[in-house]
Design a protein around this ligand. Structure first.
Ligand SMILES: *[C@@H]1O[C@H](CO)[C@@H](O)[C@H](O)[C@H]1NC(C)=O
Ligand SMILES: *[C@@H]1O[C@H](CO)[C@@H](O)[C@H](O)[C@H]1NC(C)=O
Ligand SMILES: *[C@@H]1O[C@H](CO)[C@@H](O)[C@H](O)[C@H]1NC(C)=O
Ligand SMILES: *[C@@H]1O[C@H](CO)[C@@H](O)[C@H](O)[C@H]1NC(C)=O
Ligand SMILES: *[C@@H]1O[C@H](CO)[C@@H](O)[C@H](O)[C@H]1NC(C)=O
Length: 852
């Protein structure tokens, strides 16, 4: 009796469990009697990809798509019904005689999407998702009748083609989504244009936004980073009667990559980093000035390494249509009166370029360069020529007939282009040695540097007068130069770790291109850094700080960077250190200096920062002539900025950072004289204890150190407040706290100001170079706030948020109590307070190590 009940329950359980188990198990194939319903997934054989219904972003609509099965961040790579979503949750993808593969919603009479294949009898057909991410419809499990890769969405996967198939008429190109919430066919496309000498193109709407140029044997002319010879992947280009196509394939299965075109028209190649659980950017374009199609107009050459104003030049034999030649201008025309037809003309070589738009160029693969030249010379309409294939020293011939569009220079890649010039120009170039001689080039670059410096000075002078207008103009220019790169918000901070060594070399190279336009942290190669700083040469040295030396560097894309080579006293391991750098790099505030990257090689620990040409605050306020440039209004802006930056470090960022070495030389000024705090997080990186604590090593600068920190090694956010107070007093008075104290009846600046404060005479100490440009009450308020910050007892000092609010309103302030006179005039014998070994007087950082 009981056993039959048990059996009954068992059967019941089985009956209950069985169907639901089946539903949960992912399918590996679709057959005519087994469709996929909303909620079910189809996976590829090794489970790399999955297919099912999804809703992107905030959308309520349901789409059938393919995504990575193992990547936690759901990343859609292909969408079937991108323009016809399912309205309800009853969506079905099924095999159907009429259409092959079809999608229906609740209303089964309306076909929302169809593969448009007619099947005689649907019984023998299956649909599978391959490990490449390709959805295929198979006949008798073999013959491919239809495949998803023939209809790309916005993503290019390894082994997926772009181009076109002449026989079937299929066009393989990527099309962006409409928005993050709508995978519908957007307006940006990425594909190959077969016109003339076929080229890779990115279009925004109907216009070209970027041109990859023609395939020149082992790479695209305009994409020197990706070549067929890079080890991590192989690429292939086919151009025959059947098809014109480009494929890239990743050589290692473990590496997951995808190329994607976003709604703003930026194409990027991303790599999945499973240690960081993030997509990492490998390449993106357009990303530089000269990436923008036709940036300088016809018959020009664009050079991203040059400053914005100088990026465009005319090709040889041409002159500016309406000088001066500018980005977005009219480009260049033949020099007036110059004849280039049977009149002694010739060719001038322009090296290292992306060759001009070849949509109307003519190609002959069986010609040599010599033959090519002859052919071009004979034909008066021919304006330029070069090899069609770079391999083996160059073969084939391309000739241009008409304007030369969208030529650009690469610093150490790119092809030669031979441009037709008239006799006079030919003679000029011949005299200077083929193309421009070294001397001429040097002269030109020196000239342009001088012009640039002059312009900068002019701008500087004028901006002092007409700040408003000029600032706006400057902003516009900066904005323009950033448009391309900043169009897309940086969602995936780049983190390369040991797992992706395959890409490190290439990314190291990319760093040079990319670091100018995105805020990602990059790992630089020591080689790159050594080259940029001429092997850490003395002439590149900017200064020496508490944690090492700072050098100026110039990357080979022309970007200026500041390089901090950390001294080796950190005992931290490389991994730990790297994590620390990554954490610190996440701190982003407009009043903090931006970290661009780092280099951890050969026991070197190097940090790469943005370069700020205006140097540090001390070079202004302690300099007789430069201090005049800082009006009171400007100084207030600087004070506010420092306060906000410090507040961010103390309270707003996720990590509580105590700077511990705030001083005038650690506050840098950007182009518009806005302050940026440098060297933050250093103490953290060097593994000091992270809360209010005792520390064995005191890091800080004489004159800025709070008494409890200098004497007892006790630090807290209030030690930074103390340093801020000192800095504030220095900004107001233009005098160093720890400088020479001649003329002060008391020990130091603080002591002196305190005496004046008590006597109601602080006005006497205000920097005389401020002239009459200030409100006395404002300055006195600042001095009072500063005195509150330097009070002897840490608990009496305000927090930075309090300081910011005191600076920002007119509320009544408390009266400061006696400040700490840390720097007493010491007798040569010294006494108890100098027992930590600090005895340097000037603005030198000292490190005091307490014996254990
Ligand atoms: C989706 O729903 C709307 C109304 O909510 C309806 O008008 C429309 O026809 C539906 N579309 C489809 C494809 O079912
Ligand atoms: C199937 O044909 C329809 C109508 O011609 C078309 O809109 C749709 O894009 C086609 N589907 C595919 C997958 O090509
Ligand atoms: C289906 O497949 C079976 C065996 O594979 C074959 O005998 C039959 O002819 C096929 N039917 C059709 C309609 O192709
Ligand atoms: C890349 O190389 C692998 C192995 O060498 C080969 O199987 C594959 O077909 C190649 N892919 C392309 C796109 O050339
Ligand atoms: C290409 O050049 C070769 C050699 O000069 C010539 O014989 C051939 O006709 C040319 N082909 C075309 C299509 O012009």
């Amino acid at each position: 009796m009981s056993s039959s009940i048990e059996a009954f329950i068992l059967i019941l359980l089985l009956l209950l469990l069985l169907p639901s188990r089946i539903c949960q198990l992912p399918l590996d194939a679709l057959t005519s009697d087994r469709p996929i319903r909303d909620g079910e997934v189809l996976v590829s054989s090794t489970q790399i990809f999955a297919l099912g219904f999804f809703s992107p972003g905030n959308s309520q609509h349901r789409y059938v798509g393919v995504w990575y099965n193992k990547v936690p961040e759901k990343t859609i790579v292909w969408v079937a019904n991108r323009d016809n979503p399912v309205n309800d949750s009853y969506g079905v993808l099924s095999i159907n005689g009429d259409g092959g593969l079809v999608i229906h919603g609740k209303d089964r009479s309306t076909t929302l999407w169809s593969a448009n294949v007619t099947l005689s009898s649907p019984n023998n057909f299956t649909a599978k998702l391959l490990d490449t991410g390709n959805l295929v419809l198979l006949e008798n499990s073999q013959r491919v009748l239809w495949e998803g890769f023939d209809y790309p969405s916005d993503t290019l996967l390894s082994s997926m083609k772009i181009g076109l198939n002449w026989r079937s008429g299929l066009e393989w190109h990527l099309t962006s989504w409409k928005s993050k919430d709508d995978p519908g066919t957007g307006s940006c496309t990425y594909g190959i244009d077969p016109m003339g000498f076929a080229q890779l193109f990115l279009y925004k709407g109907r216009g070209a936004s970027w041109r990859g140029g023609p395939w020149i044997g082992d790479r695209w002319s305009g994409l020197p980073v990706i070549t067929a010879t890079v080890g991590a992947y192989n690429v292939s280009f086919v151009n025959n009667e059947d098809e014109l196509s480009f494929v890239y394939a990743i050589a290692r299965d473990s590496v997951i990559t995808r190329g994607v075109i976003d709604e703003s028209g930026i194409y990027q190649l991303l790599v999945w980093n499973d240690q960081e659980n993030q997509w990492t950017k490998f390449v993106s374009y357009p990303s530089e000035w000269c990436d923008q199609y036709g940036q300088c107009g016809p018959n020009t050459n664009c050079d991203s390494d040059k400053d914005y104003m100088l990026a465009c030049t005319c090709l040889p034999g041409f002159e500016s249509k309406s000088p001066p030649l500018r980005v977005g201008g009219g480009g260049c025309i033949r020099k007036a009166g110059a004849s280039t037809c049977q009149n002694g003309e010739g060719f001038v070589k322009v090296a290292h370029v992306k060759i001009p738009d070849s949509s109307t160029a003519r190609v002959n693969m069986s010609m040599s360069l010599k033959g090519c030249k002859q052919k071009c010379l004979m034909d008066c309409s021919c304006t330029a020529y070069t090899n069609a294939d770079e391999r083996g020293g160059g073969i084939g011939c391309v000739t241009w007939h008409g304007d030369l569009m969208d030529t650009r220079t690469f610093s150490n890649a790119g092809q030669n282009l031979y441009v037709r010039v008239d006799t006079t120009s030919l003679a000029q170039y011949a005299k200077s040695g083929g193309s421009l001689s070294k001397k001429a080039r040097l002269a030109i670059s020196l000239g342009s540097v001088t012009v640039f410096l002059l312009l900068l000075t002019l701008y500087w002078l004028i901006s002092m007068k007409m700040k408003g207008i000029w600032k706006q103009a400057y902003k516009k220019i900066t904005f323009l130069s950033l448009i391309i790169g900043k169009r897309r918000q940086n969602k995936y901070p780049l983190k390369l770790t040991a797992g992706s060594t395959y890409f490190e070399e290439a990314t190291g190279r990319l760093a040079l291109h990319d670091s100018r336009i995105n805020s990602e942290l990059l790992f630089f190669h020591l080689k790159t850094i050594a080259t940029a700083t001429k092997n850490f040469s003395i002439e590149n040295k900017l200064g020496e700080g508490g944690f090492g030396c700072v050098y100026k560097g110039i990357l080979y894309d022309g970007k200026e960077i500041a390089i901090k080579r950390l001294s080796k006293f950190s005992s931290q391991g490389v991994e730990e250190f790297k994590n620390e750098v990554l954490l610190i790099a996440k701190l982003q505030h407009r009043n903090l200096v931006k970290i661009l990257g780092c280099c951890l090689e050969d026991e070197e620990k190097i940090l790469i920062y943005e370069y700020l040409p205006n140097k540090s605050l001390d070079t202004f306020i302690f300099n007789e002539t430069r201090r005049v440039l800082l009006s009171w209004t400007r100084r207030l802006v600087i004070i506010f900025g420092i306060a906000r930056g410090l507040l961010y470090l103390h309270e707003d960022s996720r990590l509580r950072i105590i700077h511990r070495d705030l001083k005038a030389s650690n506050v840098l000024l950007d182009n518009s004289l806005n302050p940026k705090i440098a060297d933050f997080g250093m103490a953290r990186m060097f593994r000091e204890e992270q809360t209010e604590a005792n520390t064995n090593r005191v890091v800080g600068t004489y004159g800025y150190m709070s008494p409890e920190y200098a004497m007892e090694g006790l630090f807290s956010i209030k030690s930074d407040v103390y340093s801020f107070g000192v800095l504030l007093l220095e900004i107001v008075t233009g005098k160093k706290n720890a400088g020479s104290h001649e003329g002060y009846p008391y020990s130091n600046l603080i002591g002196h100001i305190w005496e004046l404060w008590k006597e109601g005479r602080v006005v006497e100490i205000i920097d005389s170079s401020l002239g009459e440009s200030y409100l006395v009450s404002e300055i006195i308020r600042c001095i009072q706030i500063a005195l509150l910050c330097v009070q002897e007892f840490a608990t009496d000092r305000p927090t930075m948020s309090r300081v910011v609010s005191m600076l920002g309103n007119d509320s009544a302030l408390p009266s400061p109590t006696q400040p700490a006179f840390l720097l007493k005039r010491m007798s040569p014998s010294g006494n108890s307070s100098s027992n930590k070994g600090a005895n340097s007087v000037n603005d030198v950082t000292c490190t005091i190590v307490e014996a254990r």
